[in-house]
Design a protein around this ligand. Structure first.
Ligand SMILES: Cc1cc2nc3c(=O)[nH]c(=O)nc-3n(C[C@H](O)[C@H](O)[C@H](O)COP(=O)(O)OP(=O)(O)OC[C@H]3O[C@@H](n4cnc5c(N)ncnc54)[C@H](O)[C@@H]3O)c2cc1C
Length: 380
């Protein structure tokens, strides 16, 4: 790129937050946008690619299901892709038997070897949790048992949570979750049935290519941004990376949980019959097993005698951030960084990394569309 190139807007990060803003700025305001991306590919953590040996598309940073109740976001994203009819279902394996998640009437009946009606099941669980109603919860475990009882908690939640966060749920704050979903009917849809849902027919990578198609959008890969970056924009820099590395960790490192994925090819049409199965038992080190061919039923995936299987392991690694460790210590640190970053001139930030938050894709898109509305008058 020409050394003297001066974009109107510099965007750091090519995930949904960065590319949606780039699309709006280029297509609506006709601005020149330069995106800087430290990885060698577009799309942030929502990126998908094809496995070379099986030609099965998989989501490199964990299975991503697009789901939203936000009609504005759904209409917007449908301009850049078509979705298939995939409906997400999650199963969980406990002592070599498969159960449905979130816990529903089928899970309860199968686990307790009963044949309850919805109201009988509700009474049964209420009886188990009644004595906890007046408790003041001190940790995750207390709160979870008070909602679903000891047996279901120990079978399906305890080991999974321990593996996911690397410590016993007794030492996790109760604020990590509000409610463990429990259903007294046979609904096995993972997400609310009222939500729009699907997987992009041509994969996630294709959405990002379409979002950045305007000739006024340029992208530089394998390029890490810092505050002394050589290219300065005319109007504004929009940063979607973590704030601690941007500000040289002056208040210390923000802590994250991360994931490792182990790919295997199996010589069978269908390994597990579903896209995702949870493994809460501690005897397995992994937390989930993904089988991505189930995400695209429209591609006739079972014509092939090979399948791709991906085991997911939860680890601590602040350099490859996935889930913020949302405790008071880290939140306080993040507030300091936010305050400091807010003082930088001609600079905006957002997205899951800069906000130190877990956002689903629809929330990220919605936040980027709102940010565009806030900044558009400043750069005309
Ligand atoms: C395991 C997992 C599963 C998920 N599953 C779902 C799901 O099923 N459904 C759903 O809706 N959402 C899901 N999500 C959430 C989804 O991944 C996020 O909503 C989305 O990635 C947020 O986009 P973003 O642009 O904020 O961040 P990112 O996608 O992380 O993009 C940020 C980009 O900035 C780049 N960057 C950072 N710092 C710098 C720097 N200094 N210089 C240059 N580049 C930099 C990064 O390389 C990255 O590409 C999941 C998340 C995880 C962790």
């Amino acid at each position: 790129m020409n050394k003297n190139y001066k974009p109107d807007i510099l965007i750091i990060g090519s995930g949904f937050y960065g590319t949606v803003l780039a699309e709006r700025l280029a297509n609506i305001l006709n601005k020149k946008v330069l995106i800087i991306e430290r990885r060698s590919h577009i799309g942030g953590n929502s990126y998908s690619e094809f496995d070379k040996k099986t030609n099965i598309e998989y989501h490199k940073y964990g299975t991503h299901i697009f789901h939203t109740a936000n009609k504005k976001v759904w209409n917007y994203i449908n301009k850049f892709t078509e979705f298939n009819n995939y409906r997400h279902q999650v199963l969980t394996s406990h002592k070599n038997k498969i159960y449905q998640m979130p816990i529903n009437l089928e899970t309860i009946n199968s686990f307790f070897k009963k044949n309850f009606s919805p109201s009988e099941a509700e009474k049964f669980i209420n009886k188990k949790t009644k004595k906890f109603k007046t408790y003041k919860f001190k940790n995750f475990e207390d709160k979870a048992i008070s909602q679903i009882g000891k047996e279901l908690y120990e079978a399906f939640i305890k080991g999974y949570t321990q593996k996911q966060w690397g410590k016993s749920p007794k030492y996790l704050p109760e604020s990590i979750f509000n409610r463990l979903p429990i259903r007294y009917n046979y609904n096995e849809d993972y997400y609310q049935q009222t939500q729009y849902q699907g997987i992009p027919k041509n994969g996630y990578k294709d959405i990002f290519i379409n979002l950045t198609k305007n000739k006024n959008i340029k992208i530089l890969f394998k390029e890490k941004y810092n505050l002394n970056y050589k290219i300065k924009p005319k109007y504004l820099t929009i940063y979607t990376g973590p704030l601690d590395s941007l500000l040289d960790y002056k208040f210390g490192k923000l802590e994250w949980r991360s994931l490792n994925f182990k790919k295997e090819i199996k010589n069978t049409k269908d390994f597990q019959g579903s896209a995702v199965i949870n493994y809460p038992d501690l005897k397995n080190k992994f937390t989930r097993v993904h089988e991505p061919k189930h995400l695209h039923p429209e591609r006739q995936p079972f014509n092939s005698n090979k399948t791709l299987v991906i085991k997911e392991f939860s680890i601590k690694n602040d350099n490859e951030p996935y889930y913020p460790i949302n405790d008071e210590k880290n939140r306080a640190k993040h507030r300091k960084y936010k305050n400091e970053a807010g003082k930088i001139k001609k600079f905006e930030f957002g997205g899951r990394l800069a906000d130190y938050a877990y956002y689903d894709m629809d929330m990220t898109i919605s936040a980027a569309l709102k940010k565009f509305d806030q900044i558009k008058n400043k750069i005309k």
